[in-house]
Write a protein that binds this ligand. Structure first.
Ligand code: PMM
Length: 286
């Protein structure tokens, strides 16, 4: 999933695709680089961002969705507003990605249910008050699982069918860097929810922290793409349905390699036998 933020203030790419033509062009370039779908958003959710008003969000998002959908791109709309979801779906969006998990707008779940579109349910505790409020956990994996499960139940009760639900741990949303890493280490447990998993680590703060080491300064967001691709490989290996990224080419390669390794593992698996290192000889291999 490639990202097109039609915003002046997103933390990693704010202002770059703010104009409709540039945004559509960028979305098409992401598809050329290997994106299977493009996520279009008009509202920054970075900590401390103020909410954009509805008319402005519509103005930013709908023409870009229409432009990309008319070129045959599978578009997802990243919004917490039912009205934006409705108009984006009418303009050709195929999927709704709501970082509030349907909590920000009571009309969201009915609108998505009526449309029959898939719905991404993301985990976020403090969705309207800014990034990291309420980011205190005794056991982050269990609590995120339980809270996501509750959101999935609410979404199902609202009429969205089970095969239309995607879940997302919401890295960086009311979570610190350690929480993000622990969640990534336990993606297998999120599969217990029984829904496809979306992982959105791209350029996020925890990657800056990892790259900086204990003493150093984190590199700027746009210098975190190699680290993002590494997470993409790990997430794909752990069975993620999709990874949401700003720079697609490296991630598309990472996902392809992960898939090839998985295919090799399946092809050589002998039931009941542990893998034998060195059992396969590759003459001249490096
Ligand atoms: N993160 C951002 C925006 N949208 N959607 C989902 N489903 N999951 C996320 O983690 C997520 C998201 C913030 O990142 P950006 O401002 O760089 O796009």
């Amino acid at each position: 999933m490639g990202v097109v933020n039609v915003t002046p203030d997103s933390f990693s790419d704010g202002g770059r695709w703010f104009d409709t033509t540039a945004a559509v062009k960028h979305g098409l370039a992401l598809v050329d680089e290997g994106a299977d779908l493009v996520d279009v958003g008009g509202e920054s959710t970075r900590p401390g961002a103020t909410r954009v008003d509805e008319a402005e969000e519509l103005r930013r998002v709908v023409p870009v969705v229409r432009g990309l959908a008319s070129e045959g791109v599978v578009v997802s709309v990243d919004t917490m507003r039912a009205s934006v979801a409705r108009q984006a779906l009418a303009a050709g969006a195929a999927l709704v990605n709501d970082v509030s998990g349907g909590l920000a707008d009571p009309d969201m779940i009915p609108v998505v249910a009526d449309s029959g579109a898939p719905f991404v349910v993301m985990h976020w505790r403090g969705f309207l008050a800014g990034g990291n409020v309420k980011g205190v956990y005794d056991d982050v994996v269990t609590e995120v699982l339980d809270e996501l499960h509750a959101r999935v139940e609410a979404v199902l009760a609202g009429g969205i069918s089970p095969d239309r639900i995607v879940v997302d741990p919401g890295l960086g949303f009311s979570k610190n860097s350690e929480h993000d890493l622990i969640l990534l280490a336990h993606l297998d447990r999120l599969h217990a929810l029984g829904h496809p998993l979306l992982v959105a680590a791209s350029r996020k703060r925890f990657l800056g922290r990892v790259l900086a080491g204990p003493e150093g300064a984190p590199p700027p967001a746009r210098e975190r793409d190699a680290a993002t691709a590494a997470v993409s490989a790990l997430a794909a290996h752990a069975g993620a349905w999709a990874v949401r990224v700003h720079e697609v080419r490296a991630t598309a390669d990472a996902v392809r390699v992960s898939r090839a390794v998985e295919e090799a593992r399946t092809a050589t698996a002998t039931p009941g036998a542990p893998a034998t290192p060195g059992a396969q000889h590759a003459e001249g291999a490096r």
